[in-house]
Write a new protein. Structure first.
Ligand code: SME
Length: 162
């Protein structure tokens, strides 16, 4: 049984160090991508304050397809280059969006979302999907969140056979 510790959300470096440790523990000994991404989404959604969605989209046949997540039901498929997620894939770069309404082509899965952080999942140098976090609060995510979630995405990508 996994019992979540009392994460300190005020100290982001410590928070993400704790999350990296706990994610590594959760995925240890398992290679199934659905199982590991499901637990990653649950861990992140439970630990980070002020989220309304956390989950994975995986590249399949040239487009992003919805994977395991926590939050409201979401868009099933996103084309590469479209929305924040598709832009993360097309550029291979983390997308830190303070105001989703100001992002050209943002795809609103939940009308409550106001800011978003999307980190590419990279395996052997190739983007194979994204880890996507949404918040109802504008500018919820900063550079410390981006660095922390990139660390989590690295652990997750390395732990799965996609
Ligand atoms: N907002 C994303 C779509 C996915 S949902 O946020 C879960 C985008 O613009 O790509």
């Amino acid at each position: 049984m996994f019992t979540a510790p009392a994460y300190d959300a005020a100290d982001k470096p410590a928070l993400y160090a704790d999350l990296a440790r706990d994610l590594a523990g959760l995925v240890a000994g398992e290679r199934d991508w659905v199982a590991n991404c499901a637990n990653a989404a649950a861990l992140i959604f439970g630990a980070l304050p002020d989220l309304n969605w956390a989950g994975v989209y995986r590249l399949k046949d040239g487009e992003l397809v919805l994977g395991p997540f926590q939050g409201k039901p979401a868009c099933l498929r996103i084309a590469v280059g479209k929305g924040v997620c598709g832009t993360a894939v097309a550029t291979g770069a983390t997308q830190l969006v303070a105001d989703v309404h100001a992002f050209p082509g943002h795809i609103a899965c939940d009308a409550a979302s106001r800011s978003e952080l999307v980190v590419p999942l990279v395996v052997a140098g190739a983007v194979i999907g994204v880890l996507d976090l949404d918040s109802p609060t504008p500018a919820r995510f900063d550079a410390a969140d981006a660095a922390g979630v990139e660390r989590l995405a690295g652990i997750l990508a390395a732990a799965c056979d996609f």
